[in-house]
Every structure is written in structure tokens, then in C-alpha cells.
Write a protein that binds this ligand. Structure first.
Ligand code: IPD
Ligand code: CA
Ligand code: CA
Length: 258
């Protein structure tokens, strides 16, 4: 399964890269939520490979939803064929392919490929995490005021009461700096390899976090909900850190909950 995930991520990433900057068809899922023909082409490539090799597995993919063998299957593949669609549509080279394999509700394999840098992040549960086959570890940065943080905003930002802008302000003042890169899956990988010290986001979907959360955990990171309770890929909030600044980040996130 890991071999197939690697192959699918590499082939889909090459397809995305080959078409970057080309005039591509873009349609809207919401006012600012885009889907391009390349999201669809990448997803078709990946899901065809999976269903050909593993017809008894189920698949949860962003654009087409659930397919394959259905709910009772032992394994479920969770696929984001293009994480960073807005970046991609604007030719901003920060996007990736994310593929995870879940076994009876537990993510056991995570693969994230950034074709612009030819960086392949991989984790298997219990076996550590790697970047281009070299082991990676989270940073040892602390306290929070020395930390480089990253976050993202939901597409529904203009319609929601809780938009993350308050947290963005709080962390901009409490941390060293905050970035907004536009790919949650890569944000998690960058926590895993120590480029970022902490990541939070409040409205994510399973395909955004399934592979990245495992990669961060296997690299020695800590991943939870905003109040410290256990993380679950099917609930929207995610806090991922190097472990050393986790409690400080929880304290900042909780300020807005009173
Ligand atoms: C989005 C990106 C972005 C995050 C959004 C996600 P997409 O995924 O990961 O960084 O802020 O919440 O929906 O739509 O580019 O696959
Ligand atoms: Ca995504
Ligand atoms: Ca996507």
C-alpha cells in the first residue's frame, strides 16, 4: 500500500506540475472555493490506481466523496488530490498531493508530495517519518515567543462568526511570526521537519489532515484539538506543534472561548 501511495502521489504531482501556469478551467464550489480541472484530473489518476490495485478498499476523496468498497471495508484511502488549490490556480508554487491509508479507523500510512520542490514526506504508524527517505524530527524551539507559526482560513471566512482572525492576531503578538501558506497538508509536514514550530486551523476536513497529522506525530510532534483533547481527522480543528509550545498554544486558543 505504501508503494502504491508513493507511486500515485508522484504521478499526480508530476501531472500538477506539468500544468502549473497553463490556462486551466476553474469553477467555484463556493464564492472563493475553487475547483480546477487539475483537482479532478489528479483525483481521477489516484483513485483509478487505488481501485485497480485494491478493489476491496474504500476511498474518501475530496472531489468525488466516498467510493470503492464502502463502509465495511477494512481499509479506507483518504485523498486530497491537490491541497492548495487557490495557490495552484494563481500559479503560486505551494501545493501538494496528500494520500493516507486508514485501517479500521486508524491512519497507518501518510504520504504527501510537493512536486515543486520534489519533496516526498512519508510516515508509517510506529515507524517514524521521513523526507526524501531521510528521518525527520520536529524542532526544539520554545518558548512561544521564539516560534514560527502557520495557519489557514476556511473558505467560508466571509460568512462565519468565528473566522480565525482573532487567533491570527493573538498568535502574531505571542509568537515570533505567523505565516499563511495555503496548504494545510504541507503546513503539517513543515511542523514535522522543523520548518514551522506550530500550526493551528479550525475548519479542516479529513483529506486535509489524515496524512499530515500522522507525519507530524511520527516526527515526534504533538497533535490535538484546540483544548488539548485527542485529535480526530473527522473533527474540524487541529493543533499540531513540536510538543514544547503545545500548552502555550492551547492557552492562547482558549482565550477566545470564554
Ligand atoms: C485548503 C488548504 C488551505 C486551508 C483550507 C483547505 P484545498 O485545501 O489546505 O491551506 O486553509 O482550509 O480547505 O481546498 O486547497 O484542498
Ligand atoms: Ca485540502
Ligand atoms: Ca484539495
Amino acid at each position: 500500500m505504501l508503494e502504491l501511495a508513493l507511486r500515485a502521489a508522484r504521478e499526480a504531482g508530476a501531472l500538477l506540475l506539468a500544468n502549473l501556469g497553463r490556462r486551466i478551467e476553474v469553477s467555484h464550489k463556493g464564492p472563493i472555493d475553487l475547483v480546477t480541472e487539475m483537482d479532478l484530473a489528479s483525483e481521477a489518476l489516484i483513485t483509478n490506481l487505488i481501485s485497480t490495485h485494491y478493489p476491496r478498499h474504500s476511498i474518501l476523496a475530496e472531489e468525488q466523496g466516498s467510493s470503492g468498497a464502502g463502509d465495511g471495508a477494512e481499509y479506507c484511502w483518504i485523498v486530497d488530490p491537490l491541497d492548495g488549490t487557490t495557490n495552484y490556480a494563481h500559479g503560486y508554487p505551494c501545493f501538494c498531493v496528500s494520500i493516507a491509508v486508514e485501517r479500521r479507523g486508524e491512519v497507518v500510512v501518510g504520504v504527501i508530495y510537493d512536486p515543486t520542490r520534489d519533496e516526498m514526506f512519508v510516515a508509517e504508524r510506529g515507524a517514524g517519518a521521513t523526507l526524501n527517505q531521510r528521518p525527520i524530527r520536529v524542532s526544539d524551539t520554545s518558548p512561544l515567543d521564539s516560534a514560527l507559526l502557520v495557519t489557514g482560513f476556511p473558505y467560508s471566512i466571509a460568512e462565519e462568526k468565528f473566522t480565525n482572525l482573532d487567533h491570527f492576531r493573538d498568535f502574531s503578538l505571542a509568537g515570533r511570526a505567523v505565516r499563511r501558506d495555503g496548504s494545510a497538508a504541507l503546513d503539517l509536514c513543515y511542523v514535522a521537519c522543523g520548518r514551522f514550530d506550530g500550526f493551528w486551523e479550525l475548519a479542516l476536513r479529513p483529506w486535509d489532515t489524515a496524512a499530515g497529522a500522522l507525519i507530524a506525530i511520527e516526527a515526534g510532534g504533538q497533535v490535538s484539538k484546540f483544548d488539548g483533547r485527542s485529535f480526530d481527522i473527522r473533527t474540524p480543528e487541529c493543533l499540531a506543534t513540536n510538543g514544547r509550545i503545545h500548552d502555550e498554544m492551547i492557552a492562547v486558543l482558549q482565550k477566545r472561548r470564554q
